[in-house]
Design a protein around this ligand. Structure first.
Ligand SMILES: Nc1ncnc2c1ncn2[C@@H]1O[C@H](COP(=O)(O)OP(=O)(O)OP(=O)(O)O)[C@@H](O)[C@H]1O
Ligand SMILES: Nc1ncnc2c1ncn2[C@@H]1O[C@H](COP(=O)(O)OP(=O)(O)OP(=O)(O)O)[C@@H](O)[C@H]1O
Ligand SMILES: [Mg+2]
Ligand SMILES: [Mg+2]
Lengths: 256, 256
């Protein structure tokens, strides 16, 4: 099982939309996928129709009240399971802070999942910060997928998270690497969209996905119905784009 | 001096753009304004041209290494000062967690500012979370300005933050109220933009500002030059909109 963290400390860049859509498209192709909602705001959980349920998230197993395997939930979509989040998950940050900063708490927590090896991929939707939860995610993941908006400020944000990934790799996770960089919310009408993409290609050319996710109304509507885009509108431009991303994502696995 | 927190736990909804642009437009009108960057990612600071300087943020005064008045920085814009942020600010969350959860730490820290009364307004740019820093901001502020994207999910986010404001008010800050709700990134081309606005009007009709901020390329370009929109393009649609917001913001002060 490969654990991929979908991460970017900047808010609203498409982490949740990418985690949910990529997981749904992989599952559609028969790839056994687990979506782990690591954000106390639980947007990924609600985008798949899960109501917040206190006592049903990583937090309960984190404080020792149950094995992680017991918080895995099935969905109505074949091959797709979820570990949902709820606001208590924010408590993890405080707990860990009191625990002499063990960087590997989340990694230890996910160990039974790796050993069980039921899933091909675990996709972790991360919160918008470089705080404790994020650091734990980077120390636990095999690789990081970075969604990037087609905005100038994204470049600054990218070098910040790349620097952070380097620090966590050296401190606790030697195998950690960047899975890929995904340009999101591309708006063909703005001139700077393309120039931001060109800039990213110049610095991280081999990591950027050929697939670019366009800004489309459908992708912003789906979550409020609790449906992944594959169920909400299976032939929309957004769905086609995320399916192409799933193909590109899978083709990179054979190379590494 | 009135302390207004610009807050919304959702990422990328325009908190920083609103904090910086509103502060700049108020200052332009001769209103003495202090922008407090409460986000460890320091986007508001860099949007005004400040480089991250370790040891130069609320954090230093928080851990007792200097009075808050000593971290106030002037800008090249008349009537506009800043308390910048830097990544150490994230450390505040851990510090407070170890301190028996005193909700009023930030409020106590800002007390000298209130007494000095040099500024008419202090605008606090908040991070995208409902964590410790946010709670402190809500307990320290007089009122909350909530930027809201014209997206369906904004409605869920709005009821979340309204509920949270109620809890903090009851627990620690009886005067806390909603300053106003600002619709941001309005895109006239999408049909749901207007229907989201109508929905917000139905629930919070008296709080929503008449001014609506349009999605414009200029507003997304300005921060990467370290310029507020008033300096970057003083007659752009975005600048005109934020000036209208500043007028509406000021006219509400006389009523309360
Ligand atoms: N390609 C797209 N086209 C249109 N809207 C999009 C697209 N991708 C995401 N959105 C919308 O933009 C907003 C932010 O996206 P999303 O929640 O995925 O970002 P995020 O990085 O997870 O945010 P946060 O930092 O708050 O967790 C949401 O309202 C979402 O529906
Ligand atoms: N009206 C607008 N038109 C176009 N782009 C905008 C507008 N308002 C904000 N943006 C851009 O959208 C992105 C998010 O805006 P901003 O940083 O202000 O949101 P935020 O809520 O502070 O995000 P975070 O949660 O990460 O702190 C930025 O790239 C910004 O430049
Ligand atoms: Mg998210
Ligand atoms: Mg911000």
């Amino acid at each position: 099982m490969k654990i991929v963290a979908v991460a970017n400390q900047k808010g609203g860049v498409g982490k949740t939309t990418t985690s949910v859509s990529l997981a749904a498209c992989l599952a559609e192709k028969g790839v056994k996928t687990l979506l782990i909602d690591l954000d106390p705001q639980a947007s990924a959980s609600s985008a798949l129709g899960f109501e917040e349920q206190p006592g049903c998230s990583l937090y309960t197993s984190f404080i020792g009240e149950g094995n992680i395997l017991s918080v895995i939930k099935t969905t109505t979509y074949p091959n797709l399971c979820v570990i949902p989040s709820e606001k208590d998950l924010a408590g993890i940050e405080i707990e860990i802070a009191k625990m002499d900063d063990n960087l590997l708490r989340l990694r230890q927590l996910l160990e039974p999942l790796r050993r069980q090896n039921e899933f091909d991929f675990a996709i972790m939707d991360c919160p918008p910060s470089l705080g404790t939860l994020m650091t734990q995610a980077l120390a636990a993941a095999d690789s990081i997928l970075v969604p990037l908006q087609c905005e100038y400020l994204s470049l600054e944000g990218l070098s910040k998270i790349v620097g952070y990934i380097d620090r966590v790799r050296d401190a606790a996770n030697p195998g950690l690497h960047i899975e890929g960089i995904l340009m999101t919310m591309f708006d063909a009408r703005t001139r700077h969209s393309q120039s931001v993409i060109n800039e990213v290609k110049e610095h991280m050319g081999d990591k950027i996905y050929r697939t670019i996710i366009p800004r489309t109304v459908r992708l912003s509507e789906a979550p409020s119905f609790g449906l992944p885009i594959t169920a909400y509108d299976k032939n929309s431009t957004g769905t086609v784009a995320y399916r192409a991303l799933a193909d590109e994502f899978l083709s990179r696995q054979k190379k590494s």
